[in-house]
Structure formats: C-alpha cells, structure tokens
Design a protein around this ligand. Structure first.
Ligand SMILES: Cc1ncc(COP(=O)(O)O)c(C=O)c1O
Length: 396
C-alpha cells in the first residue's frame, strides 16, 4: 500500500499481519531457568506455577497443563468413558478439534447450530437434539464472548446426566455474570497456541471443576499410571492403572507460558483497547455501509480474543477480503461449518440443519488483532475496511 509522504513522494507501508505472537517480558529468562534446572519434562516447577494461576482464576479443583487444547479435549473425552451408541453434541461453527477429540474416542457426533448474537450453541436447537444417547454437550465461547449460558443451563436442567464441556480456547479471562469462563462446565479446555491471547507455541490445559474427576484424570494424563499419587507420597510405587496418553506440557513451554500469564492484566488491557477502538471507529458507519459489528451482550466481559464483522453475504465478504489484502491488511474468514465437511458427515449419527452456521461462515470477516497492534495501525485497518465496505456496497 502507498501513502503520500510529507514531500509528496509515495512510500510503501508495511503489511499489517493478522496475528503476531507477542513477547510479554520474562519468557527467555524463564525458559533458560527451565532448561538449566535439568528437568525440562512435564510436571516441573513452571508447570505447577502456570497451573496454579489458572486454578486460582477459575476456582478449579485441578488444572492439568497439556500439549494443546486439542489434547485437553481428548482427555475430557476419555473421562466420559464413552460406550457404543453414545453421542456428543458439538457446534457446527467451530474448529475441528471441538468435534474430533470426541469422535476419535468413539462418540457419534450431533451437530448443533449457533445463535446469531454470540455465534455459539443455540439453546433452542440444542433442546431439540437431546436424547438418551447424549453424554455431553460442548460449547465454545466464540471470540472470547460467553455463549448463551442461561439458555443452555435451562435446557440442560432437564438432562442432569449430560455433562457440559467448555471449549474455552478463546475465552480465558472472559466472564459471564462475573463468573470466569472455564469455570462453568464440568471440564474446560484452554489453548495457548500462538494465535491465542496467551501463548507458548503449542499448549493447553484441562480445567477440572468437579473434585470427583481429579484422581482419574491424573492417571489418564500420566500415560495411564498413578505416578502423580506416587509423587505426592500417596502410594509407594506406581503402576499401569487405566487408559491414557502422554498429555503433559514440557516445563520449557510452561516457563514461556508463565511469563505471559504473569502479564495478564497488561495483555488483556491492550486487547481491550484495540477491541474498543475498532468498535467505536466502525459503529457510526455500520448501518450506512451495511455491515454488523460483533456484539458483547449484557452480563459478559469479553476475553477480547478477536474482532469480527459480518457482511451481508459471501461475495461481498470475499471481495472485501481481497481488497483489504491489496491494501496491505491481512483480514481473514473463519470456520467452515463442520456438519458439511467430509469428516463431519462421516462421524455424525444423523443429519442436522445448521443454517446460521452456514450463513455466518459465509459472512464473517476477522480484522487483524494482536497485543502490540498499534493505534496507528488500527486506524489504518479501519480506514481500509471502510473503503472496501463502501466500494463493495457500490458494486452490488
Ligand atoms: C474453538 C477452538 N477449539 C480448539 C482449538 C484447538 O486448539 P489447539 O491448537 O491448542 O489444539 C482451536 C484452535 O484455534 C479453537 O479455535
């Protein structure tokens, strides 16, 4: 992109990337300590401290640091002890892992549509999908905004055996009615992938909110052994007890993550500022240029994971993306509905209609969003987006 310089000579402006994984402060120092300490495997001091931050925030019975959010979801799927004919309800508009983790553990999938305010599970559709085969419902707090928890809790009140699992890949440090996201389900999975608010390259955590799950989860987490009980001095040797896998996050990555978690107030404040800036700058043009801004409905504090807009249809969204790229702004779309994917069809037990997921997938456009995105660059993105929105409006 070019811009007139003071002396009238055009200059190339650098591209504004969609995401940059920021360094918050003490990452390298902590990583060095983790390596020099001589115990870089999982279960070290940094792992303990990172888990403690997360447990204190959510009030969880236990937090297990995992290699990814996907693996945390897999661990939660193992905890369900799925039997033949058991099903799990998942949203169609989500990342593959939300569904894959349960499918590979043997669950039949049932895809639920989303509702247009939060782009998360639609309680009305959920109510129509529940039956005696359903073992769990997985919800996503899309973009870091709590789903319709009230509606979902009302529906699930009639099905007390069905477990609620939060895929909280986007929502760490967001809240619903003052309660932290990640504390609302029986389990919650977190992501520290480089695209998230808090990163360590690849990483995750499983939050266990019911103490009844803790002992078994520790065994599944540690290759099916009671090694954790041995380390705590509860047994005098450890052996193979159950199914499981190697879920533990290396202490080197936990060190990276802890440095980020320690800066959580600063990181979240920066992200909030960017979110509010986009909102305030775009809102006055939304009606005239025919687009919708993402909403944060009452009673919610967003985790400020992303900022998205909805254009009226797929063609206008795609034209906008292309024009933005030409203007040096890396905006992007998001999930393709899982119920229409090859694997989604193969793993689902029956066809369901998810029209809102399909429409939103066609209409959604995410703007660049990362901790160190400068005010100047937010203004550049806003100006470029408004240009494309008005050009694509004229072209219709
Ligand atoms: C909603 C959701 N769940 C799960 C994941 C998977 O996270 P991870 O890469 O940590 O396995 C993602 C990834 O972006 C996601 O968006």
């Amino acid at each position: 992109m070019t811009e007139a310089e003071g002396r009238g000579r055009p200059v190339e402006l650098p591209e504004i990337p969609f995401n940059v994984a920021a360094v918050a402060g003490r990452e390298l120092e902590y990583i060095q300590q983790a390596i020099q300490g001589g115990h870089p495997a999982s279960g070290g001091e940094f792992t303990r401290r990172a888990a403690q931050v997360l447990a204190e925030h959510t009030g969880a019975a236990e937090v297990l640091m995992t290699t990814s959010c996907t693996s945390a979801l897999e661990l939660s799927a193992m905890l369900l002890d799925l039997q033949p004919d058991d099903t799990v309800i998942v949203p169609s508009f989500t990342f593959t892992s939300t569904a894959l983790a349960f499918a590979r553990q043997g669950a039949g999938l049932v895809f639920c549509d989303i509702e247009p305010r939060t782009l998360s599970v639609d309680p009305q559709h959920l109510a129509s999908l529940l039956d005696e085969h359903v073992r769990a419902v997985v919800v996503v707090h899309y973009a870091g905004v709590a789903c319709d928890m009230e509606g979902i809790q009302e529906v699930l009140a009639a099905w007390p055996e069905v477990r609620l699992i939060e895929d909280n890949a986007h929502g760490l440090f967001g809240s619903w009615r003052g309660r932290p996201l990640g504390s609302l389900g029986r389990y919650a999975a977190l992501s520290f992938h480089e695209t998230k608010n808090f990163v360590c390259g690849e990483g995750g955590a499983l939050v266990l909110n019911d103490p009844v799950d803790v002992d078994r989860a520790r065994v599944l987490y540690d290759k099916g052994t009671n090694r954790r009980a041995f380390m705590l001095g509860q047994v005098d040797k450890y052996t193979w007890k159950d199914t499981g896998s190697s879920f533990g996050l290396s202490d080197v990555l936990a060190a990276y993550l802890l440095a980020q978690l320690e800066e959580r107030d600063t990181i979240q404040a920066k992200r909030r500022t960017i979110h509010d800036h986009y909102s305030a700058a775009l809102a006055p043009y939304a009606e005239e240029l025919d687009f919708q801004l993402m909403q944060v409905p009452e009673g919610r504090e967003s985790a400020y994971h992303m900022f998205y807009v909805l254009l009226p249809g797929r063609d206008r969204r795609n034209d906008s993306l292309e024009m933005l790229r030409k203007l040096g702004v890396q905006a992007t779309f998001h999930y393709l509905p899982l119920h229409t994917s090859d694997a989604g069809r193969a793993f689902s037990v029956r066809e369901t209609e998810c029209p809102v997921s399909e429409q939103v997938s066609d209409r959604l456009l995410r703007l660049p969003f990362y901790n160190d995105l400068s005010e100047h660059d937010v203004d550049r993105v806003v100006a470029a987006f408004l240009d494309t929105a008005s050009a694509t409006l004229r072209d219709r």
